[in-house]
Ligand binder design. Structure first.
Ligand SMILES: [Fe+2]
Length: 414
């Protein structure tokens, strides 16, 4: 995993405009090779093998299973282009299907299936959607940061007025949020209502046991340390949900006292360091399932929640980390692995903790009235120093799907 992900949208080869069949090289039933030449230099060749097709179009050969090729057919009867939904009944495809004929014509792989159905896949679409390409790409480009990197990037906060009315400002905000996992809006009126309005611009509020918008004072009104004046070590929230909340929003409406700065740590930066220094520990934290648990038993609130998943959640095909669960307060009994693995897990957890606690990885922010912060709760850990006096915070959780959807609709990679 690279320390800094640039934009990974690779330029695909231009679609072949005109191709010529050059030769059929072999005659055996499952070894049928055809070479095609475009008017430009780009050339494509393919071979039909038993159960799959090999496409050479670009540097790396791509392998396509025959059932997959039939399942992903974009003909009018197989796919509804108006709704972007599959029409073909995958459950009815012969699992030993193979094309009767194959050719490349006008930049497309044309397959004729038994019974006469024809599938046309554009070469660029195949290249874009091959496993071989996908495994070399990240789903979401990110810039991993420590305090220095983030400060030097000099990211500007969005401003309330333009943020609420101008889509370009929202797009810039979303790009920053996607790259860094945190983003700010300044000059927001210091009210719960305005905070709610600014969040609606970004995503959908995820209502939890804490309500829709919560207003947070140090009154111990809930059975959680967050409702006190105590310092809070870095952590992710709602690790005890099977799907932790995607976005955390904070707005300090009022503080008459001292202390209370917010601590932010890029969990993916720390995980990346661990991956470089101790790949086996990284692997272990990515595979050992851990329980997080929240038990609340006050007069007004009774909750018992359990979320189960590894500390590091990684896409298996490209090793990209997409979710960190790190909450030492809420981590529950470890009883899902044998004792020797437990020892190795504690070593790995210590190594990750060491990275997360390095002072140079800590970004301290003074949240003042008017400044709303959005935190990617799947990536960036938060904490706070202890404080004195009355401090009123409000905020909410937002769904992850909707912010990513908004970003994609702006053409951003998410
Ligand atoms: Fe928290």
């Amino acid at each position: 995993m690279a320390g800094m992900f640039g934009t990974l949208n690779r330029n695909l080869r231009p679609t072949l405009k005109r191709v010529q069949l050059l030769s059929v090289l072999r005659n055996t039933p499952w070894s049928h090779e055809v070479q095609i030449r475009a008017c430009a230099a780009a050339a494509a060749t393919f071979q039909l093998r038993e159960g799959y097709l090999v496409l050479n179009y670009g540097v790396t050969p791509m392998y396509f299973n025959y059932v997959w090729l039939r399942d992903h057919c974009h003909s009018a009867s197989s796919y509804n282009a108006a709704t972007n939904q599959r029409n073909v009944d995958t459950g009815s495809i012969d699992l030993s299907i193979r094309p009767d004929k194959a050719a490349v014509e006008d930049g497309h792989l044309v397959l004729t299936w038994p019974g006469g159905h024809v599938s046309k896949h554009s070469l660029s679409w195949l290249a874009k959607n091959s496993y071989e390409r996908t495994k070399d790409c990240t789903i979401q480009p990110r810039i991993l940061w420590n305090s220095d990197i983030y400060k030097k990037a000099n990211i500007q906060s969005a401003k309330w007025d333009t943020f609420m009315s101008c889509d370009d400002e929202l797009k810039k905000f979303l790009q920053n949020y996607l790259l860094y996992g945190i983003a700010f809006v300044d000059n927001v009126p210091a009210t719960v209502e305005a905070t709610e309005a600014v969040t609606q611009r970004v995503s959908v509020i995820r209502e939890t046991t804490y309500g829709r918008m919560w207003s947070f004072t140090s009154d111990f009104s809930r059975g959680d340390t967050a409702y006190s004046q105590l310092a809070l070590d870095r952590h992710t929230d709602t690790s005890y949900f099977q799907e932790p909340c995607g976005i955390q929003v904070f707005h300090c409406l009022k503080h008459e006292g001292t202390g209370g700065r917010t601590l932010l740590v890029d969990g993916f930066y720390a995980a990346e360091k661990l991956c470089q220094q101790s790949p086996k520990s990284f692997e272990l934290l990515a595979h050992v399932p851990i329980k997080h648990e929240y038990i609340e038993n006050t007069d007004n609130h009774k909750n018992h929640m359990i979320g189960i998943g590894p500390v590091l959640n990684v896409y298996p095909w490209n090793k990209e980390i997409y979710l960190i669960r790190y909450n030492n307060y809420d981590r529950s009994v470890i009883n899902t692995v044998p004792h020797d693995t437990v020892q190795r897990w504690y070593v790995a957890h210590r190594e990750l903790t060491t990275e997360l606690r390095r002072p140079e990885n800590e970004l301290w922010v003074n949240l003042t009235p008017g400044k709303v912060i959005f935190i990617d709760n799947w990536r960036v850990l938060h904490g706070r120093e202890s404080f004195t006096g009355l401090r009123q915070l409000c905020g909410c959780y937002l769904t992850r799907e909707d912010i990513l959807s908004t970003a994609r609709c702006f053409g951003l990679q998410a």
